[in-house]
Design a protein. Sequence first.
Length: 83
Amino acid sequence: MINTFWIGANIIFDLDTGHTSQVLLLVNTERDATIFETKDEADTYYNFVKVRAKHIEWYLDPPIPQRPQGYVIRGVQTTRKAL
């Protein structure tokens, strides 16, 4: 089985304190992924996730005609079916 997902970067606001946290989510479609405008910005997030989620193959997908705004980060996880 193969699971494919993308990185979505979000900011969470604590309603009581106003404190913010930056979080990365795994989203199910490229449409929901965060688009990083520059390669440097995308590389920063790519390098962050690849050392923390080691059982996932990570890819930095460059801009394409269907998504010319920038880069997305895609993860592919292959799982073995239990016998």
